[in-house]
Design a protein around this ligand. Structure first.
Ligand code: NAD
Ligand code: AKB
Length: 314
């Protein structure tokens, strides 16, 4: 494997913590620099280098890339769907300018690769609801979705025009226990496990039959690394790949938890996030990722629930 020095921006977030740990396993602890505005997560503190950094400060980012001989950037800093609707201008600025800063520096410094995640939030109410395909009508109605869709085209542009090897996945809602989610519409599917263990009850902010595409974090991390390790000639999509593993509703995840915690109860108090969820597909078709670079999920709702509850109880 060529000598790589990786910078993870937004490393203290829900994905960042686990992705940084996985990259450190693969490339060596000293070769993966975690960075964030926030303090490093406890799990990252003793496992490798950390720099405090704002992705909006392009000069500082550029200096770090040169000083640390960075060859790859994973850009995870963003504002998610629910928080984004409360601060549309801030969400647009961070999600767009952060990406453009990274793409510009990648071009100027000839970085080997860039990773930037998109989301199923690019799809809108006019997209197909079930098995939503890679290429279809895409008219997002949240500022987060608009920023992700625009970001996908910036990635494609920097690849076509300047040869930047930038790769991307449209993640579904991600479920994990190592670090908390950061303000998304799918966060209920993480909260529910924590509340089931702590209080044996949960009030869900989405209606009981709201189906959304979801994925367990170990699948998402493995998929991300597999995409980044794939030979460039296997990558036919330079906007962002659909990726899928499961689709369930609050009622279904509640029923699955009840199999492990029989006195668990649940009620519903839908809020502004219901409208966001209603605008997204219920399930995703990821045939292109499966054919191009061999994506295959491992976790379904049953396996994920058993694993989440075991780990959270620890
Ligand atoms: P998160 O909110 O948990 O983490 C984002 C991190 O970025 C935070 O630690 C935050 O402190 C940091 N950050 C914010 N502004 C910054 C700045 N100016 N400079 C440096 N760091 C900054 O988000 P996440 O869930 O880990 O998501 C990571 C990426 O994956 C985002 O692009 C998100 O849109 C995408 N994504 C996430 C999910 C999901 O379910 N978690 C689903 C689809 C796509
Ligand atoms: C959110 O709910 O905003 C994220 C996402 C699906 O992008 N989890």
């Amino acid at each position: 494997m060529a000598k790589e020095k990786i910078l993870v921006i937004g490393a203290s977030g829900q994905i960042g913590v686990e992705l940084t740990l996985a990259l450190r396993n693969l490339y060596g602890e000293e070769n993966v620099i975690a960075s964030d505005l926030r303090e490093p997560n406890q799990l990252l503190k003793d496992s490798g280098p950390y720099v405090s950094m704002d992705v909006m400060n392009k000069e500082m980012l550029h200096v770090q890339v040169i000083r640390q001989n960075v060859t790859q950037i994973y850009l995870l800093a963003a504002m998610l769907s629910a928080t984004g609707e409360k601060n549309p201008n801030l969400a647009w600025n961070l999600n767009m300018q952060g990406l453009l800063n990274v793409l510009d520096i990648a071009r100027e410094e000839n970085l080997h690769k860039v990773y930037w995640p998109s989301s199923i939030a690019v799809f809108g109410p006019t997209s197909p609801k079930n098995n939503c395909p890679q290429q279809t009508i895409i008219e997002p109605t949240t500022v987060y979705g608009i920023s992700k869709y625009a970001g996908e085209f910036w990635c494609n542009y920097y690849h076509q025009r300047f040869g930047v090897d930038v790769r991307s996945i449209r993640y579904p809602g991600l479920i994990s226990y190592k670090s908390a989610p950061g303000g998304g519409t799918t966060d209920y599917a993480v909260e529910i496990y924590n509340e089931a263990i702590e209080n044996k009850k949960y009030t869900c902010f989405l209606e009981e039959n709201t189906y959304l595409p979801m994925m367990y974090m170990p699948d998402a991390i493995r998929g991300t690394i597999e995409l980044m390790e794939a030979p460039a000639d296997k990558i036919s999509i330079r906007t962002s790949y659909n990726l899928s593993s499961m689709s369930f509703s609050p009622k279904e995840i509640g029923a699955e938890i009840k199999k492990h915690i029989p006195d668990f109860t649940m009620d519903y108090a839908p809020d502004y996030r219901q409208q966001i969820a209603n605008s997204w597909p219920a399930s995703i078709d990821d045939t292109v990722a499966r054919n191009d670079w061999g994506w295959k999920h491992e976790f379904d709702l049953q396996r994920m629930t058993a694993d989440m509850l075991t780990n959270l109880k620890k």
